[in-house]
Design a protein around this ligand. Structure first.
Ligand code: CTP
Length: 397
């Protein structure tokens, strides 16, 4: 099963009879878990209507560059940023020529110029047009610029000829698109992650906890799996679905999380501590529900073990990555935690009302003993991938 879980795929459709296959492609991409938006060129719209793509993708279809209303809703720059990858299928000979020239006089061209995400094209054209030196030179230029090329296949063509130039089938294109995200950077490695809040029981029906949603940790777990790692995610209670190919172990309290980490840490190469572990737990857990008999109630609390510091202090410690959630003086506190906990890397973020915890976006300051890097505000999935890339690089040093 291919996975494009939570990926934003911008599907560009240019003018070719193969555009009819793109309707099926939207289906396959969505089946794999992607959120799909379609940018249709003028030529593409001659072959298939925006309404078809709107119905299949569940999103408005983007056609015009200079339409003030459309630009206000989600303009070319916003679309370029939104996309985790751009797939142009079909890519006609004309579109390929325009892309090679860097033209920005229509919406799809402008998006391709404005993005720093991976662009892939699925050529579709008559075999003679395909073989033409002009087309081949354009393709060579695009490959040199890092643009991926899926296909074309060979066989019967709509024009009655036979040869190369057929667009690949929808399921093949969806599989190639999923491969864009499979970096293999951590293949053969085991990543142990803790995520989400912990719950510290007060009595059989109450607990102490925090606002952590687990989203950042789950996004990193997904990115690690996409990088080819075996991923064990030890999770406090969250409402999130387990990312594909991630082994999840559910726990509630900090002590359970600590014990479970210690069972698995010896076989791990990398430990990432995104969990918002409760620092304290009630010393006594009431056996029965506490009754409101008095005007005040005092709970006596006891320090929980610091999981991150304990892992970092192990003799054969894995590469350890901690998080620092701060409400002020971010860099200073993060630096201090890096040293105090003896970890290899700290990813620090500001938290507070509406920032970080329950949000889908975040920004991170990544510190090691040698350097610091600011990762600008982006989706937690995007940040997860960036962080995994940095960790993989450091880990291989
Ligand atoms: N952490 C942990 N075990 C704990 C507390 C925190 O493993 N009992 C980890 C978190 O997962 C995070 C890092 O330590 O990776 C920093 O957590 P944070 O709450 O920001 O810091 P604290 O250690 O609680 O320090 P302080 O109270 O000074 O903010």
């Amino acid at each position: 099963m291919i996975s494009l879980n939570n990926k934003h795929i911008l599907l560009g459709v240019s003018g070719s009879i193969a555009a009819y296959k793109s309707a099926e492609l939207v289906r396959r991409l969505k089946d794999a878990g992607a959120d799909v938006r379609v940018a249709l060129t003028k030529g593409g719209a001659e072959f298939i209507t925006p309404l078809t793509f709107q119905a299949l993708s569940g999103n408005p279809v983007h056609t015009n560059l200079l339409d003030t209303e459309a630009e206000a809703a989600m303009g070319h720059i916003a679309l370029a940023r939104w996309a985790d990858a751009i797939l142009v299928a079909p890519a006609s000979a004309n579109f390929i020529a325009r892309l090679a020239q860097g033209r920005a006089d229509d919406l799809l061209g402008a998006i391709c110029l404005a993005t720093d995400s991976t662009i892939a094209i699925a050529p579709a054209m008559n075999q003679q047009m395909w073989a033409n030196t002009a087309t081949q030179e354009n393709l060579q230029q695009l490959r040199q610029r890092g643009i991926l090329q899926f296909g074309p296949g060979e066989g019967d063509q709509a024009c009655g000829e036979t040869g190369p130039g057929r667009m690949l089938e929808a399921n093949q294109l969806a599989a190639h698109t999923a491969n864009i995200f499979e970096t293999g950077l951590l293949s053969g490695r085991t990543v142990l992650l803790i995520a989400g809040p912990t719950q510290e029981a007060i009595d059989p029906v109450r607990y102490l906890s925090n606002h952590s949603s687990g989203k950042m940790g789950y996004a990193i777990a997904q990115a690690a799996a996409e990088a080819g790692a075996k991923v064990i995610l030890i999770s406090g209670p969250t409402a999130l679905a387990t990312p594909p190919r991630v082994e999840r172990i559910n726990v509630r309290s900090a002590q359970q999380m600590f014990d479970t980490v210690m069972q698995h840490v010896a076989n791990s190469d990398i430990f990432i501590s995104t969990a918002a572990v409760a620092d304290y737990r009630p010393i006594n857990i009431a056996q029965q529900k506490i009754k409101k008999t008095k005007d005040t109630l005092t709970l006596e609390l006891q320090r929980n073990p610091d999981i991150l510091a304990a892992v970092a202090a192990l003799k054969n410690a894995p590469f350890t990555v901690g998080f620092a959630a701060e409400t002020e003086s971010l860099e200073q506190h993060a630096q201090e935690k890096l040293e105090r906990k003896g970890v290899d890397m700290i990813a620090a973020n500001l938290v507070g009302e509406g920032i970080a915890f329950e949000a889908d976006e975040n920004a991170l300051l990544v510190l090691t003993a040698e350097n610091k890097q600011q990762l600008a505000t982006a989706s937690k999935f995007m940040l997860g991938r960036q962080l995994i890339n940095i960790i993989a690089k450091q880990h291989h040093i």
